[in-house]
Structure formats: C-alpha cells, structure tokens
Write a new protein. Sequence first.
Length: 357
Amino acid sequence: MSAVNDRIRDLEIRHQVQVQRLGSGVLRRLIGLLDRADAEIVDKLLSRGATLKGSFTSVRLQKLLDAIREINQAAHVTVGKELRSDLLAIAKYEVGFQQRLIQSALPIAWDFVSPTAEMLKAAVTSRPFQGRLLKEWVTELSDAKARRLRDAIRLGVVQGETVDQIVRRARGTRALNYADGIMQIGRRGAEAMVRTAVAHTTTAARDELYAANDDLIAAEQWVSTLDTRTCPHCMGLDGQRFELGKGTRTPAHIGCRCIRVPVTKSWRELGFDIDELPPATRASMNGQVSATETYDSWLRKQPASTQNEALGPPRAALFRKGGMKVDSFTNWAGEELTLDQLRRLDEEAFAKAGIAA
C-alpha cells in the first residue's frame, strides 16, 4: 500500500503548511486583545502625570500596580477563553479533514470511526503540551508579564525617571516599532504558546482518530521539515516509524513544525490480494524529493553553506568529513550534545574533520 501512504504523506505535508497559517490567523486576533490591554495600561500610567509621586513602597504606587495587574489578568483570561474555543473548533475540523484526506488517497471506501466530542475536548483541555496544560500556559504568561511590568515601573521610580521614560521601557520606542519594550516579550511568549497549542491540538485530534481506526492505521512516521530551521532533535527523528500513541509526540518543542503522518496497513493485511507499488515523493524547501529521503540524506546533498546554517560550522564539519549522522548530535532525550561530549563519543570523527582539541 506504499503508493497510498506516499499520497497521504504528501497531502499531510501540504496540510501542515495550512495548519501553520491557521495558527497565524488565530494569533493575530488574540494578539489584538493583548495590544488593547497594553494600550489601556499605557493610558493608566500616563494619567498619573509627569512623574510617579511616592516611594517604592507607597500605597499610591501599589494601587497603580494592582490596577495594571488587573487589566493584564483580565486580558489573558479573555485570551484563554477565546483560544480554548478556537482549539475545540480546530480539533473538530481536523478530525473531519483527516478522514477526507486519508479517504482521498484510498482507492476503496472506508467506514471511519470518529472520536466523540468529549474525547476531543479532553484532548484539548486535559492533555499537557511541553509539560503544561493550556490554562497553566495562559496563567504563566499573565503572571510573567505582570512581574515584568511591576519591576519596570518600580525601577523607574527608584531611578527617578519620568512617566514617559517608564512608558518607553514598557512599550518600547517608536523608532524600533515598539519591538524593544517589556510588552514585546509577552507578545513573543503568546505567539510561541498559540502556535504550539494549535500544533498540539491538531496532533491530539489525529491521535484520537488514528486510535479509533487502528484496523486501518498501522503506525505513524515522523516527517521533519527539510530546511535549515529544523532542530537537531527533529533532524534525527525524520523517517522513524512509531506505534500508535507511542514515541516522541509532535510538537516536540515550542515552535516545532514537524508532523507524524499515518501509515496504513498493507493491502494483504487488510484482506486484499494486491501487491505493493513503488514510492512517490515528498516536499522540501527545494521542491519535490523522494518519499524515502530523510533529513540526513537530504542535508548531505546540500552545499556546505546550508549544512553550516543547519548544524553550525563545527558539527557541519563532523557531518561532512567525520562521517557523523544528524542523529549523533543529540542524546536519547533529544538534548543537543556539546562538542566535548561528541568528542568523547567519537574521537576519530574529529580527527577526520580536522577539528583540533
């Protein structure tokens, strides 16, 4: 059933691009909510006059900090509710889309079993990603931003700064499009959280669908994005097959763009007397490549400049000249090994690569 699986893989890679765009759309709307809260916080500061009168521990200053914390918290509560609603809708849509995607690659009609709404809700709200539940992510973002704003305002008071100076530290400067302020850190954190939450939700929806249809789906295969932004951990996982529900899940880290695609059972396992067909292709940054291409084999065909960008010059030299594979640069937990650790594992590779001690 290789031709079917190649078709599914190609469609899944294309779909993943759309998932990333979907994440961008959700993000724009939620960032708008945070931006409005930031504007309210700035107005609250500016309403206090040219300077913030009082000492570091004054009641007047504490009331201002409390008001700012409440504005920030209310905005994040709203973001959490909106995001939860969006993710539940995405999970429901993803199940239906995956059924249509797999069915479109099958030359026969298949009666799919759909996970219940309760199962999808539990997958979205009760399954942690990167060690935290969705509500814990939102709470942590809110608390961290409140602390940064509090510390920035207190610092300004201690240093005798004007309100305008404190606002510039919090909001940033117009010359840099407000990208240099404390508030921008919160936006970056929210962006990473939202994109990862969307990826987590589509994965959770697929997990439920595949588990409900294990009479058709035999396993999952890891597919890494073939470009220079892929992390060493995901490079080494590319092409590996896992039993349903086992092994490293996607997203493997914040901002992970990799996917696990379904692998159907063979025709004979499904009861059909049909031979397998040759493999097709998969997508990469350079166009179409063989479906059997892994990150390691793809990167070996790239120029040295691309290898250096993906791995860093020392590891690229070990990869190019020392004979090391991309999965050699991380340990069993997916943590990137230092050069000293790599040297202890393979001194000969360093000698071949010409990397001195």
